[in-house]
Structure formats: C-alpha cells, structure tokens
Design a protein around this ligand. Structure first.
Ligand code: MN3
Length: 240
C-alpha cells in the first residue's frame, strides 16, 4: 500500500468512525486530505469550503475575500515559483541562490498548509469537543477550558504576525499547543497541525482594527471541533 492509498483508507475509516463532517469529510473521501497539490506536484488553491459571507458577522466577507484570494492565493503562487527556482538551480548546477528559495518555500508552503487547515477549522454552527478529542484535552491540558485559555493566550501573544496552533505530537502521543511566527517558525518537528488560528493582521484588521484579542475571542466559538476530531483521528491513523 503506498502512502496515498494509506491516507485514503485511513480517511475512510476516519469518516465512518465519526459523524460526517460535511464538506470536509466529503472532500477527504473524494479528493484526499487537504489537497495541496495537483497530480504533477504543483501547488493548487482549492475553493473555500463555504461562501465568503459564511462566517458573518464575526469574519466579514471582504476580509474573507482578500484573505483567501490574495494572502492564501499569493502563498500558493509563491510556493510554485520557489519550487521552480529550486529545480532550475539543480538543473543548471548553480546553487548560489538555492538557500534563498528554500527559505522562501518554507514560508510560502507553510502558509498554504496552515490557511488550508484554517478554513476547514471554522464553522457558523456551534460544535463542542467530545469523545477522544476531549479525553486528550483532559489528559494533556487538564480540561477543555484550560486548553481554551492556553490556546487563546498563546494566539493573542504571538510576536508580530503568526499563528496559534494545536497539533498532535506522535512521539509523545499528545496534543501540544505551539506559537508560530510568520508561517514556519517555532515548530516542533513531527507535530501534525489539527487546529490553527491565523493572527496575522490581514486576518482581522478591517473589522477589528488593532484589537487582536477581540478577534481571537470572537473566533473561538466558530471553531469546528468536529473537524478537529476528524483530523485527530487521521493523525492517529497516520502515526501508527
Ligand atoms: Mn492569513
């Protein structure tokens, strides 16, 4: 079984174990988990999983439009260019600037990954963590409330632009909270991101101005815990 088949089989198991998580589960079964590339390996920008006004009034449609089209879209374009430049350097045996493009790729590709996850982590329907996800919260943080305090505090206090992230760390079989600067800094190797909160100014400035804390507080009730649970299930399958 190759990696892709493993992934797809894993998902089918994952989606039958959990209540169907709407569009995300459907996309997972039909197109693979977080489809970031086409069959040639080029990075592709998938459609948003909902309309641009889906999260109104908490996330306004204009912010959603600009964020998805130009920030996420720009990262996808950037990642493709970086990859081409690396290939070109290798083809031409000229490695003088390859470190620059490698650094750029880490930035753009990580942005593509995190934005892709971010859209699916949000919903206008109220959900709550249960089952296995809730048990991990209790085991690793004490309770859901503690996870909430930890994740929101970490997200609000990112230096400059970045992300608050909760992920699955397979080495310790635990959930971890991380602070990310830009899109790629301060990671822990091996962590599979399950839940990400974009705290770049572009994510909130039109509506919330300089009040990042208000944005994080407004977005927390929109988090789609069914999506996070599905992602945890998948991370557990992949880590076996
Ligand atoms: Mn963003």
């Amino acid at each position: 079984m190759n990696r892709k088949q493993f992934f797809q089989n894993g998902l089918i198991v994952g989606t039958t174990l959990l209540p169907t998580d709407s569009l995300f589960a459907e996309a997972a079964v039909h197109g693979g988990f977080d489809k970031l590339t086409d069959s040639e390996g080029n990075f592709v920008l998938q459609s948003l999983p909902y309309s641009e006004n889906f999260l109104e009034p908490f996330v306004d449609a204009e912010t959603m439009h600009l964020h998805y089209t130009y920030h996420h879209g720009g990262a996808v374009k950037g990642a493709n260019k970086d990859l081409q430049m690396i290939k070109k350097a290798l083809d031409e045996n000229n490695l003088e600037t390859v470190d620059f493009w490698t650094k750029k790729l880490a930035y753009h590709f990580s942005s593509h990954v995190l934005h892709t996850i971010f859209w699916t982590n949000l919903s206008n329907k109220q959900t709550s963590p249960k089952g296995k996800l809730l048990s991990y919260f209790e085991k690793n943080f004490g309770s859901f409330d503690k996870l909430k305090l930890y994740l929101t505090s970490t997200s609000k206090n990112v230096d400059g632009n970045g992300w608050g992230i909760m992920g699955y760390q397979p080495y310790s079989d635990s959930l971890v909270v991380m602070q990310c600067e830009n899109h790629e800094k301060l990671t822990q190797w091996g962590v599979i991101p399950l839940l990400v909160i974009d705290v770049w100014e572009h994510a909130y400035y039109l509506k919330y101005k300089n009040k990042r804390n208000d944005f994080v507080d407004a977005i927390f009730p929109l988090l789609n815990w069914d999506n996070v649970a599905l992602r945890l299930d998948n991370a557990l399958l992949l880590s076996k």
